[in-house]
Design a protein around this ligand. Sequence first.
Ligand SMILES: C[S@@+](CC[C@H](N)C(=O)[O-])C[C@H]1O[C@@H](n2cnc3c(N)ncnc32)[C@H](O)[C@@H]1O
Length: 378
Amino acid sequence: MVTGVADLGLLEQLRREPDVEAPELVAVDATDRLLLDEAAGLLAAAGPGAVAVVDDSHGALTLGAVAAGARDVRVHQDLLVGELALARNAERTGLTGTYRSLPLGPGLADGARLVLAKAPKSLDALRELTEVVASSAAPDVTLLVGGRVKHMTHAMNDVLRLGFSDVHATLARQKSRVLVARGPRPGVASSSPRRQAHPDLGLTVCAHGAAFAGTRVDAGTRALLAVLPRMAPDARTALDLGCGTGVLATALALARPELTVLAGDQSAAAVASAVETAAANGVAERVRVVRDDAASSIPDASVDLVVCNPPFHLGAAVVTGAADRLFAAAGRVLRRGGELWCVYNNRLPHRAALRRLVGPTQVAASDRHFTVTVSTRR
Ligand SMILES: C[S@@+](CC[C@H](N)C(=O)[O-])C[C@H]1O[C@@H](n2cnc3c(N)ncnc32)[C@H](O)[C@@H]1O
């Protein structure tokens, strides 16, 4: 096992910012270290431009690969916060300019001989990664997918086998494991984005692999769709905050022709999906989709209506911090008197935060599982 990267002290310098920092949250985890160790020999031998990295959490894989000898590394990170953390860590370690950020597509892995990836949360996201690498990388490519043992299933091997003839797992270390895929199968093609018609909702949903809920429509999202006719009747501008596949933005544009609709998400897969969903429903001209963190590109007090089905997980722990960031963003972008319509699981204590960060908050609808609230910007 080569531990050169750790020896350089590079990994110890990395931070999570601008992502949430807390004593129990790390910038470099056991999976990053295992992936870099498994890849050490290949990294040292890879020529310039031969290494690609996917879903690097905060930069450890990309900068670790550079420290181990890789040059002109190509990187795709679904989450904007990961991209920003990588950029800051590159600056901190003097490695700015050693990598390029690219969309998840053929340009990312074209001719690559080594691809390092953090295991995505969903099998659909792994399928999309598998298809991209198998269809565009060099015939002798090695794809290493690392993750926590408790999150890895045999179904992941099966998905990798759709694109590669040789798939095996390494021994686990510190509760992490790496899947190794070699031998890209000929004729693999991209099946993303996937499309699904929902005749009951009058919508077609398009989804890239990593987008929340895929081509399904989440039950919480359905609860918001049910109250759409009651939302801010005089609104001229609406924002779908954390838009995922763009179901709410597209439904608003279809139902309310007078609305200019914005949609934002920090996930590249979500943004690409929302663009496709709007187009599939004939409202591409009326839905503007942006990739940003918590509506950071949207001016203060510029929106009349915000709809939000907030995130509820940060890592494995259920915390409200990620949702609170979006509520604060809603409070900032709403005009005085504007409305935030939000849905959340009944177990979550969001109401106090909505009152504090936006304004007076009423329950607009509820059932056994979900509460829909309307908060008026004070
Ligand atoms: C529960 S999903 C809802 C998606 C979509 N609105 C729907 O109803 O299907 C929450 C979404 O918020 C996005 N998100 C989480 N934190 C965010 C942030 N800080 N800035 C922008 N989007 C964020 C996630 O990527 C995810 O797509």
